[in-house]
Design a protein around this ligand. Sequence first.
Ligand SMILES: NC(=O)c1ccc[n+]([C@@H]2O[C@H](COP(=O)([O-])OP(=O)(O)OC[C@H]3O[C@@H](n4cnc5c(N)ncnc54)[C@H](OP(=O)(O)O)[C@@H]3O)[C@@H](O)[C@H]2O)c1
Length: 186
Amino acid sequence: MTKIAIWCRHEGDNIIGIGENIPWHVSSDFKRFRRITENMSIVCGQTTYESFPNRTLPNRKIYVLTFDEHYEVSDKENHFVVNDANELRDLEEPLYICGGASIYKLFMKKMPPEIVVDSCYKGELNPELKGQPVDISECMERIKKDYWQISPDYDEDNIVTTIKIKKGEFIPQEILKHITFAIINR
Ligand SMILES: NC(=O)c1ccc[n+]([C@@H]2O[C@H](COP(=O)([O-])OP(=O)(O)OC[C@H]3O[C@@H](n4cnc5c(N)ncnc54)[C@H](OP(=O)(O)O)[C@@H]3O)[C@@H](O)[C@H]2O)c1
């Protein structure tokens, strides 16, 4: 299984959320996320899952990480509760890691993604949002040490997206092609 982390963080402080929300609204960012993850398998934490409209993302298989053994998903055919991330180790298909912070950190430590789609937002944070800032600075420390940037900077609407790969890992070319095509083909 190839693991791909995909996120959009704020430049400088690496904030990805405030409380349960993403503190910016850039529609091209959502569209890029959809093009990359549509028809794919994704994994997310329970908080992020609850933040999806109607607790779903169409045309994706969703693995929801929660410690709650009785957690109920909104779509039993396509969404699956996972209580232990190790259960995902034997998946054959590529797995897109979609947050939030606790899940990015978990994978970075225990099952580092071979590929990271690193989008960096350079605008202002929504000042009206209440709640604790959630950041992925510790993931970015790992990225600096263990990953190469293999793409140019793709700049769209104040967000710069780059593709990074883990040093020394085998990277399937068809996955890189899919991601690159999805980023470029707006
Ligand atoms: N900007 C972006 O790209 C982006 C992407 C995604 C999310 N976000 C933001 O990130 C924030 C949410 O991040 P978060 O860290 O607070 O929440 P989260 O990672 O989405 O979910 C946390 C929950 O996941 C479950 N969990 C965590 N570790 C687990 C493990 N090892 N095994 C099983 N279950 C586990 C727990 O659920 P239970 O409590 O049910 O046990 C935990 O409460 C929000 O602000 C969201 O908007 C931003």
